[in-house]
Design a protein around this ligand. Structure first.
Ligand code: 5GP
Ligand code: ZN
Length: 138
């Protein structure tokens, strides 16, 4: 079981007045995947996060780890989100152990903002593995 699941306090995920889900953007592709309105190859799901295969993989293993709450980018993270953001790293740990990725290692990336290559403005961790990665990154 992923760590800290029970302790997470996420008031923004509650249903708001009129039944509208808060922390959700109806125009966001990742929110649509989370809501199962758009298909994706899900590899992990819990109450607070999902992980699915990237549609355009940059390595033999390329998984996106995504909080269910719609947070645009690093600068949109609120104080109340800090456990949720930490939880994403435990999801990475769970996937890493499940798939034995620790042997060869893996790279985790957050592209934050357009100059860094962010194209989907719903915060996510890229988990890449299955090949060697160079440094510095391109
Ligand atoms: P970013 O460029 O924002 O760091 O990463 C967005 C990632 O989402 C890209 O690697 C892109 O291939 C992936 N992506 C975009 N749309 C979809 C989609 O509809 N399904 C899946 N599985 N991945 C997507
Ligand atoms: Zn979203």
């Amino acid at each position: 079981m992923p760590h800290g699941r029970e302790e997470l306090f996420l008031p923004e995920l509650c249903t708001g007045i009129g039944g509208r889900k808060m922390g959700h953007d109806p125009n966001c592709i990742f929110c649509k995947i989370i809501e199962k309105k758009v298909p994706a190859k899900l590899v992990y799901e819990d109450e607070h996060a999902v992980a699915f295969e990237d549609i355009n993989p940059q390595a033999p293993i390329h998984i996106l780890i995504v909080p269910k709450k719609h947070i645009q980018d690093i600068h949109s993270i609120k104080h109340v989100d800090r456990e949720l953001i930490g939880h994403l790293f435990f999801v990475a740990q769970t996937l890493g152990e499940k798939r034995g990725l620790n042997n060869g290692g893996y790279r985790m990336v957050i592209n934050n903002g357009r100059n860094a290559g962010q194209t989907v403005f719903h915060i996510h961790l890229h988990l890449l593995s299955g090949r060697a990665f160079s440094w510095p990154p391109g």
